[in-house]
Design a protein around this ligand. Structure first.
Ligand code: DAH
Length: 339
């Protein structure tokens, strides 16, 4: 028994550790419940009575020795003094975790790229607006419901300061400071006083488009939108235009794209119609051009506006608009490989 104790002490004396994990391994090996020292205590009952005193003392000393040794190794790592023994400066560092682009940014950038290939530049305008740029210059009649507090967030009344309800306001800002030709898109955040649900949110994003020049026709609008739909949803995509009404365009239309999920066969996403509504558009109303001091006899133009959330939901099969604003990394991480 005494020989065994001596051998263990020598073994421990020689033991080294180059990482904190190795220190822990030594601790487990020698002084844990199942470690060698406890084993000695277990064997102690077989020691003949006359040797008990000597052996007991030796085991206790060994235990003391083991505790001191392991504590000093541990402290060396904790204080950073392990330097040459433990710290390996050639080990690779912790990988830096990269974030991923938000799906709304991915789709917004894709839309900017598509229209960029058709010569559309990008401009932005303020989110806090006045009545003129959001409503009056866009030919909204004074009694239009959008001017109601129920639909629009007002910051101040008389004169009205409000959060823009659509990016059409940027059309006005651009036309006020630029004479045609104008060919640009305006991405941005918009605000509406709506209850938050799976399908609608009080904050969302739009991309507005505007093309004003001599001889711009509805055919130009249609061709631009066909190109856009095919680029965004695939070569097989088809579009259809339905007559609609917006105060700032005449004639106005809403555009549907063939459902890219079922290929037009009908599914629960397109409510079995084969079509998905994705934007509003039309020929810029002459009143709007005149409000911006653009000669409506000389120039014509088209405009369109689309919701980025809706398009992103269709493209990726996302069922609840609230996902975009919660920023749960488990949701965001899924778009890692998207461009
Ligand atoms: N501003 C409209 C909305 O928020 C969308 C829109 C419709 C924009 C037709 C346009 C347009 O430029 O021509 O619902």
């Amino acid at each position: 028994m005494l020989n065994k104790i001596k051998a263990l002490q020598e073994e421990m004396d020689a033991a080294t550790a180059s990482t904190p994990e190795e220190v822990d391994e030594l601790r487990i090996k020698y002084i844990s419940k199942k470690g060698s020292i406890n084993q000695l205590f277990a064997d102690f009952k077989h020691v003949p009575a006359e040797q008990k005193k000597e052996v007991g003392k030796a085991i206790n000393e060994l235990k003391e020795f083991a505790l001191t040794k392991i504590n000093s190794l541990k402290e060396a790592f904790e204080s950073g003094a392990a330097g040459t023994t433990g710290l390996d400066l050639t080990r690779p560092g912790e990988p830096v975790k990269l974030g991923t682009r938000h799906p709304l940014s991915i789709v917004k950038n894709e839309i900017i790229n598509i229209f960029g290939r058709l010569g559309f530049t990008v401009a932005e305008g303020p989110e806090i607006e006045d009545d003129w740029h959001v409503f009056s210059a866009l030919n909204f009649p004074p009694e239009h419901p959008a001017r109601d507090m129920q639909d629009t967030f007002f910051i101040e009344k008389d004169p009205d300061v409000l959060l823009r309800t659509h990016t059409s306001s940027v059309q006005i800002r651009v036309m006020e400071r630029t004479q045609p030709p104008i060919r640009a898109i305006f991405p941005g955040r918009v605000f509406r006083n709506e209850a938050i649900s799976a399908r609608s949110h009080c904050i969302f994003h739009q991309v507005e488009g505007l093309y004003v020049d001599e001889n711009v026709s509805f055919a130009d609008l249609k061709q631009t939108l066909v190109y856009f739909a095919k680029e965004l949803f695939g070569e097989d995509s088809q579009i259809r235009l339905r007559p609609s009404y917006f105060p700032f365009t005449e004639p106005s239309a809403e555009m549907d794209v063939s459902c890219s999920i079922c290929g037009g066969e009908g599914c629960n996403v397109c409510k079995y119609t084969g079509w998905l509504e994705i934007l509003g558009c039309g020929m810029v109303d002459p009143n709007v051009l005149e409000a911006c001091n653009i000669d409506s006899k000389k120039y014509t133009g088209f405009a369109f506006g689309m919701g980025i959330e809706r398009i992103t939901m269709l493209k990726y099969g996302i069922k609840d608009i609230r996902h975009f604003f919660e920023n749960d990394v488990r949701f965001l991480k899924q778009f890692e490989s998207a461009t």
